[in-house]
Design a protein around this ligand. Structure first.
Ligand code: NAD
Length: 372
């Protein structure tokens, strides 16, 4: 049999499908794509103007239809000036970390998007809910499952919506592949392999500090490998075994440079995954009884996802090269139509529950039940 590259639907059906996917809800495509006259695009304030906010979220917000860049929170006065000029942000919508809580009084900000280092996610998400705003929080949701529980409790108390910055939950190739796995049309899933890694050699980066990043590649990148497997099967893994390796203890202090993990699912499917701060790799492979598929590249932002499979699979064309457009527009629609969020806080917490078990297994050397 030939390896079949993805074939794309025609543009019209792709746009319709993307609209439905973007909603992430039971809305019809037409309803999902339509903002009524009195529904203005929602205002987003980005908190933390680092690499991801600058090179992915800000450009994506130029293309969103249901939300727009309305404010910023930064500790660097020069960034405040530059962003204000570049994105036409009025002075009254610019905050620093001391004035953050005053966003509560600003009706131009509907959504606070936390794009800070991992150790700050829980604190700023909770404070954003206390300010009475909806929240998008970047991945990983928190440093551990307990922090996620506190974030969800704050959300419920505020009566607002929470989305985790899982852009791939709204990416058409990932959604097409997940449908194959969850509807069982190729029989049972037998084996999955996923890998995500890049070279991280900056000893000053918060990503390499256990207290700031939470544990290196497993927190930053492993989260994608875990969710690819559980979303393909539509199941939660019961148990994990994991091994950590560290070839350069002078750079990776108290964290593992590479982590290998095996997830066991109730149906018998197994996922083997690797995540690393020492090598580039980016792919997801799934083998079912009657077919196999590979996404490569699969997870990295800024690269179009490609599918290779037997039999052939079709997926809609993404509406934008920025995967965050569909993610943020979907969340705005969830708020405007009061519908449930696909990449919810509960989804984020599941991944931290699994990562907590991965960390336990690396310490004990044995199989660990996840426990949800
Ligand atoms: P970054 O280091 O480039 O940016 C972090 C920002 O936080 C900087 O502007 C920094 O000044 C600010 N900051 C405020 N207080 C800080 C403190 N006490 N210590 C350090 N920085 C502080 O990081 P990034 O790559 O933009 O990542 C930010 C978040 O976005 C992380 O949680 C990361 O996991 C997530 N992220 C997600 C994706 C994705 O595809 N969804 C991609 C990249 C990053």
């Amino acid at each position: 049999m030939l390896n079949n590259k993805i074939t794309h639907m025609n543009r019209r059906s792709a746009i319709k499908t993307t609209a439905a996917l973007a909603a992430g809800t039971a809305l019809s495509p037409a309803a999902a794509f339509c903002t009524s006259e009195n529904e203005q695009p929602l205002g987003i304030a980005l908190v933390g103007l680092g690499n991801y906010a600058t090179h992915q979220l800000a450009p994506a917000l130029q293309e969103t239809q249901h939300c727009r860049l309305a404010g910023i929170v930064t500790g660097t006065p020069q960034k405040a000036k530059d962003w204000s000029a570049r994105h036409n942000i009025p002075t009254e919508n610019i905050y620093n970390y001391d004035t953050f809580d005053r966003i509560a009084d600003n009706p131009a900000i509907d959504i606070i998007y936390i794009v800070l280092p991992n150790f700050m996610h829980a604190e700023y998400t909770i404070r954003a809910f206390e300010a009475g705003k909806h929240v998008i929080c970047e991945k990983p949701m928190g440093m551990n499952a307990e922090e996620c529980r506190q974030m969800i409790a704050a959300q419920h108390k505020a009566g607002k919506k929470l989305q985790i910055g899982y852009r791939l939950y709204y990416e058409p190739h990932h959604l097409a592949v997940q449908e194959i796995g969850t509807n069982g049309q190729w029989g049972k899933t037998k084996l999955m392999e996923s890998s995500l890694g890049f070279r991280m050699a900056n000893p000053e980066s918060w990503r390499l500090d256990k207290d700031l990043g939470g544990g290196g590649a497993i927190m930053d990148l492993g989260v994608y490998c875990i969710q690819a497997a559980r979303r393909f099967t539509g199941e939660l893994p019961q148990s994990v075994t994991a091994q950590g390796y560290n070839a350069d203890p002078s750079l990776f202090k108290g964290i593992y440079e590479s982590v290998f993990m095996q997830l066991k699912f109730p149906s018998g499917a197994i996922s083997n995954a690797s995540t690393s701060y020492n090598a580039y790799v980016d792919r997801f492979h799934a083998a079912c009884e009657q077919g196999w598929l590979e996404l490569k590249p699969s997870f990295n932002a800024g690269q179009p996802v490609e599918i290779n499979s037997q039999p052939e699979i079709t997926a809609a064309e993404p509406g934008s090269t920025y995967q965050q457009v569909a993610q943020m527009d979907a969340f705005a629609l969830n708020i405007q139509h009061d519908t449930s969020v696909l990449a919810s806080g509960e989804e984020g917490m599941i991944d931290l529950q699994i990562i907590d078990a991965v960390k336990r297994s690396m310490e004990t050397g044995g199989e660990e039940e996840v426990g949800y």
